[in-house]
Design a protein around this ligand. Structure first.
Ligand code: SF4
Length: 230
């Protein structure tokens, strides 16, 4: 296995022969987070150790195609993007995700990583914007949250809560306070679970409590009805 690239090393590790299992690489509009609406290349890595109740990417749990890191970089470059998002599944479940992220940064893209929050982000290149989920009770995967990730977040990063019901909202509000998240990251994102909680309801709860969060609706679900490849 190749040694992950540690940012700041004088000598880049040899990633010749490194490969990752990829579900899809596609160009679309960013559907959520701070860069919502911006044309972005998505690299969706295969595999996830979690099974969230509301998962909308179960097709990425298995299958996929092994691709050499160099080939992935070529596929991304062909779109001439400004923004690249590495997502899954859980991308950090593949150790070669770390050198992939660093190579994407080296190529000059603005790179973000969408991660479940269940695996450490300690080795992630600091140039990458981390969008870290905190799994709520209704996800049925709350016990997988690695709170050791919170001190590793920087003011460039974002924390996301997918909220299914009032109990999730109250839990998220508690975590917002407990970890002073609004002062720690650039954006705390509250997202209604599609089909489970009306966006208007979540909006009203946020306003009632005057929370310092950004509510988001997932743009791709409105534009493309959540079809893979968008
Ligand atoms: S972490 Fe993401 S990809 Fe994995 S099961 Fe949960 S929602 Fe699906």
């Amino acid at each position: 296995m190749n040694k992950p690239l540690q940012h700041g090393e004088d000598t880049a590790p040899d990633t010749t022969g490194a490969a990752l299992r990829i579900t899809e690489i596609f160009y679309s509009l960013q559907g959520e987070a701070r860069t919502v609406g911006l044309p972005t290349v998505f690299v969706r890595l295969t595999g996830c150790p979690l099974r969230c109740e509301y998962c909308d990417t179960a097709y990425a749990f298995s299958g996929g195609e092994m691709m050499a890191l160099e080939r992935i970089l070529e596929r991304v470059a062909a779109y001439r993007p400004r923004y690249v998002t590495v997502t899954g599944g859980e991308p950090l479940a593949q150790p070669n995700c770390l050198p992939l992220l660093s190579h994407l940064c080296d190529a000059g893209y603005e790179v973000s990583l969408e991660t479940s929050g269940a695996m450490t982000v300690a080795g992630v290149d600091p140039r990458v914007v981390k969008v870290l989920d905190l799994k709520t009770p209704a996800s049925a995967e709350m016990h997988r949250n690695d709170y050791g990730n919170i001190p590793l977040l920087t003011p460039r990063d974002q924390v996301k809560f997918v909220i299914c019901d009032r109990a999730d909202f109250e839990w998220a509000r508690f975590k917002l306070d407990e970890y002073t998240l609004a002062g720690r990251v650039s954006d705390v994102l509250f997202s209604p679970s599609h089909g489970a909680l009306p966006g208007r309801q979540l909006a009203e709860w946020i306003l009632e409590d005057n929370l310092p969060v950004r509510m988001q609706l997932q743009l791709h679900k409105y534009l493309w009805d959540d079809a893979p490849g968008h």
